[in-house]
Design a protein. Structure first.
Length: 256
């Protein structure tokens, strides 16, 4: 569903579904205002919600709390902060994608008891007991090279859990979370895990094939230097790399 004008989501849903209670799966594109999130809060039977194609406020408050039917949600990269209790008591939630989040506030996922695993993005910098009460959350994959600050569970999580972290940052994560009962395991860093915010240089004498590199959005100029053979997928650009330089212009397009 494409929201061409902010604040019109309710009327669009009413025209399409009749009653908000009839909406169980929803993909939204376009720009959303605060009043549109009030509408999402009242989708009491929503199970799958994809907001990846939307533009919305960078901070989400408790709009999704107590949506007990919600199983899966995909957030857009423009969402940088999950505020207090954003998904509190979403007891069916088991799948969340949040590619641009830098801060996860207190009790953001409080008692999301169906959450067994989660991927924390490269952008994450700080947390404040967001997973308190998530006793089934036993697998956490961290993509950031530098460990985020704060506590994950605040003393009310699972007795043990496994945290998968970049191999090169293994000791840093052990220093940061070793006392929380985490089994911290290093994993080889996959090129597809990379999200570029500023500049990146990749070099390979053996060649790299089928590589995917994601670039943070928002019109901030970014650059990638590649010295490797192979097929590359970079945001909107698909190319064959061999000692090329690429720049992301503020309009979202790429120059070679």
């Amino acid at each position: 569903m494409n929201v061409r004008e902010k604040g019109t989501l309710e009327s669009l849903l009413t025209q399409a579904a009749g009653d908000l209670e009839n909406v169980t799966e929803l993909t939204v594109t376009g720009e959303l205002a605060d009043e549109d999130f009030y509408v999402l809060e009242n989708l009491t039977n929503i199970e799958v919600l994809d907001l990846s194609g939307t533009k919305c406020p960078s901070c989400l408050n408790s709009s999704f709390s107590s949506l007990i039917s919600l199983r899966k949600i995909v957030l857009p990269a423009c969402v940088q902060e999950l505020d207090f209790g954003t998904f509190m008591m979403c007891s069916s939630l088991s799948d969340i994608t949040m590619p641009g989040v830098t801060t996860i506030g207190m009790y953001a996922f409080y008692y999301c008891t169906s959450l067994t695993s989660i991927v924390l993005p490269t952008t994450l910098a700080s947390v404040e007991n967001p997973f308190a009460g998530c006793t089934a959350l036993t697998t956490i994959t961290c993509q950031a090279l530098i460990p985020f600050s704060g506590s994950l569970f605040g003393g009310s999580g699972p007795e043990e859990y496994t945290m998968y972290v970049p191999q090169t940052s293994l000791q840093l994560y052990r220093n940061a979370f070793g006392e929380e009962g985490a089994n911290i395991v290093g994993r080889p860093m996959e090129i597809s895990d990379l999200m570029v915010h500023d500049e990146l240089t990749l070099t390979s004498t053996d060649g790299l094939d089928g590589v995917n590199v994601d670039f943070a959005p928002s019109g901030v100029p970014m650059a990638l230097t590649v010295d490797a053979s192979g097929s590359w997928n970079m945001g909107r650009l698909h190319t064959t790399a061999d000692a090329h330089n690429y720049e992301n212009l503020t309009d979202g397009n790429w120059n070679n």
